[in-house]
Design a protein around this ligand. Structure first.
Ligand SMILES: *Cc1c(COP(=O)(O)O)cnc(C)c1O
Length: 398
């Protein structure tokens, strides 16, 4: 029998055998349930990252896991060379859920963003009438849309793009939250504006009130597609099912992922009106695993849980409660505490990592983003007592 591995053994194995593209906190997680995760030494932590908002429904939600198991016994993958019984039902339920009438399924978030870019470009040439090769997409500084070569091409973060050149052209970067900048950046060759309603990786940056609604108006006036990346902000995270609903705005193209599967399986999707999505013809886009029946069954269960457990509403309630409590913590190093729903950022004037390490010792898992911001985004099933648990430890650390 093999001796049990220690934390140090696991860390050494991971870091010597694998590419070190992440700098994780040094705990080794073995199982999780709801808001709690457990490491191999039996320590218990309240998860305030939710796998970058991919387990909004809580870890290992029994209904989602059950859907996975049931479907896995029946049919897992057929590819879209043939039809399957789960796919159209997934489409129907997602369309009802999001209020946009056509779906293109993908697997990861970055793939869905890539899909939206291709959609916008094809629309530019075949509908808007932009001269071939000239289409431009406007994006924002400090954005995060994923890690593929094209997507990092329009990142403003040097670490994401340096030495990965040559980059994909066709993007224009403007300041986030600045409507005038958007107006001025649009040219006859602009086909789309791709933006996060709240910047997640960028540090939970909330734009001025009415920004998305105003952007929608300007896009419409100029025949430009408004493409919202709600991969992190969507599915209840900010206190509404989608962040655009805070402003009574509607995107032309909606990109979702992460909690679309409750963290059980990678599932993403692009939604758009059929009149836009219709530019894609058979053979022009695809992915072997996209829309597989296992993914569809899991996503259907994940959406059902969001709705039945009123998780967006709980996110609004618990988020407001936690935000207020955190805003009352007095500490010289806290510059700002901001948030919407259970999507909260504590902005410091110094590195956040040591705070995250201290919080880990007290049973709270969070991860710094943009080095000086602590993001707090626990699963949306969190209770008031559990919010108090977070607050007490935050207060202690500060
Ligand atoms: C996580 C994220 C992505 C990328 O999703 P992956 O599944 O990691 O490829 C894109 N956009 C936003 C806003 C995200 O938070």
């Amino acid at each position: 029998m093999m001796n049990a591995l220690t934390v140090e053994d696991y860390i050494k194995l991971e870091d010597t055998l694998g590419a070190t593209t992440y700098k994780p906190l040094d705990l080794v997680i073995e199982r999780a349930e709801g808001v709690w995760v457990y490491d191999i030494e039996g320590n218990k932590y309240l998860d305030c990252l939710s796998a970058y908002s991919s387990v909004n429904q809580g870890h290992c939600h029994p209904e989602i896991v059950e859907a996975l198991k049931k479907q896995a016994d029946k049919l897992t993958q057929v590819s879209r060379a043939f039809r399957n019984v789960e796919l159209p039902l997934f489409f129907k339920e997602l369309i009802e859920f999001a209020g946009i009438n056509c779906v293109l399924p993908m697997n990861t978030g970055a793939e869905a963003v890539e899909t939206a870019i291709k959609l916008a470009r094809k629309w530019a040439y075949t509908v808007k009438g932009i001269e071939n090769g000239k289409a431009e997409i406007i994006v924002c500084e400090n954005n995060f849309h994923g890690r593929t070569t094209t997507v990092i091409s329009f990142s403003s973060e040097p670490a994401y793009k340096d030495n990965f050149t040559p980059l994909t052209p066709g993007f224009k970067i403007i300041p986030y939250g600045d409507i005038e900048a958007l107006k001025n950046a649009i040219t006859p060759n602009t086909c789309a504006f791709l933006v996060e309603p709240i910047q997640g990786e960028g540090g939970v940056v909330i734009p001025p009130e009415g920004y998305i609604k105003e952007a929608q108006k300007i896009c419409k006036q100029n025949n430009v597609l408004l493409m919202l990346d709600e991969i992190q902000t969507g599915l209840g995270r900010t206190g509404k099912q989608f962040a655009f609903q805070h402003e009574d705005a509607v995107p032309d193209v909606l990109i979702i992922g992460k909690s679309l599967s409750g963290g059980v399986y990678p599932v993403s999707a692009v939604l758009a009106d059929k009149s836009i999505m219709g530019v894609f013809k058979p053979g022009e886009h695809g992915s072997t695993f996209a829309g597989n029946p296992l993914a569809c069954a899991v996503a259907r269960a994940a959406m059902k849980v969001l709705l039945e457990e009123n998780l967006a509403e709980n996110s609004a309630k618990m988020g407001a409660y936690l935000l207020e409590k955190l805003q009352n913590i007095k500490n010289l190093h806290i510059k700002q505490v901001r948030g919407r729903g259970l999507f909260i950022g504590i902005v410091l004037d110094e590195p956040a990592r040591p705070y995250c390490e201290k919080l880990q010792q007290l049973g709270i898992l969070c991860k710094e983003t943009r080095s000086t911001v602590i993001r707090i985004s626990p699963p949306l099933i969190i209770t008031k007592d559990q919010v108090d648990f977070i607050y007490e430890r935050m207060a202690q650390v500060f």
